[in-house]
Write a protein of this length. Structure first.
Length: 229
């Protein structure tokens, strides 16, 4: 395993960059971070529609969320892969395709996290804000959402963990994330597939375990602050 890192470590971490496209572990982390960043406003918008008092907003969005959450990510990737070129008029690269699929998929899951965070707050928060003369939108933006987002931070970290693991499905569209790079290294060596995929498994474990411990620490910190308040 150490020989693999010595000979292919740079390729495993950053792909062919700077002499070619970025790939490997760096691309996996960038893709997961961007997916969560772009999926958050999508999830927020869907959650606001999901709890809207207007049925014309609430019912279609609820159905859309159920459809996406009930569909495997693999199918969403295929939809993005074949649909985006039709919509844009030109062939979409693998990174954009995978990012779009993750934003759609994670956005649906984040919408439920955000909805649960909002509905988990005491109803008196909204009522108090409205009694002060704030509109529904002002009450939501200035009073409810800041409290809900604070309580949702551990869940957002857990969603980032899921996004890191979901990036491995980019393999099927030849996106050069870390699992695809590991496959390329295995093809070159031919004799050490066990060591290569053990290294890949350890990489995912270290990333996801570290993030899960961070989420646990964050949850404890928020619980302590809530008790003090």
């Amino acid at each position: 395993m150490f020989d693999i890192l010595k000979n292919f470590g740079v390729f495993y971490l950053i792909g062919q960059y700077p002499h070619g496209p970025l790939g490997g572990l760096a691309l996996t982390l960038i893709l997961a971070a961007l997916a969560l960043l772009f999926a958050l406003p999508v999830g927020l918008l869907l959650a606001m529609c999901r709890i809207s008092p207007f049925p014309m907003l609430r019912l279609p969005v609820t159905g859309l969320i159920y459809v996406i959450r009930g569909t495997p990510l693999l199918m969403v990737i295929f939809w993005a892969y074949f649909l985006l070129p039709t919509l844009t008029g030109h062939k979409t690269d693998q990174f954009s395709t995978m990012l779009a699929a993750l934003v759609i998929f994670d956005g649906a899951y984040l919408s439920e996290i955000i909805r649960a965070g909002i509905e988990g707050l005491p109803r008196g928060q909204m009522e108090s804000a409205r009694s002060l003369g704030l509109s529904y939108l002002q009450s939501m933006v200035l009073v409810v959402l800041p409290q809900a987002l604070r309580n949702m931070l551990p869940s957002l970290v857990n969603q980032f963990i899921s996004s890191v693991k979901e990036t491995s499905l980019g393999y099927i569209i030849s996106l050069s994330e870390v699992s695809f790079v590991a496959g390329q290294i295995s093809t070159q060596l031919m004799t050490k597939p066990a060591e290569i995929y053990l290294l890949l498994g350890l990489t995912y474990f270290v990333m996801c375990f570290g993030l899960s411990r961070f989420a646990f620490w964050l949850e404890r910190q928020l619980a302590v602050r809530s008790v003090k308040v």
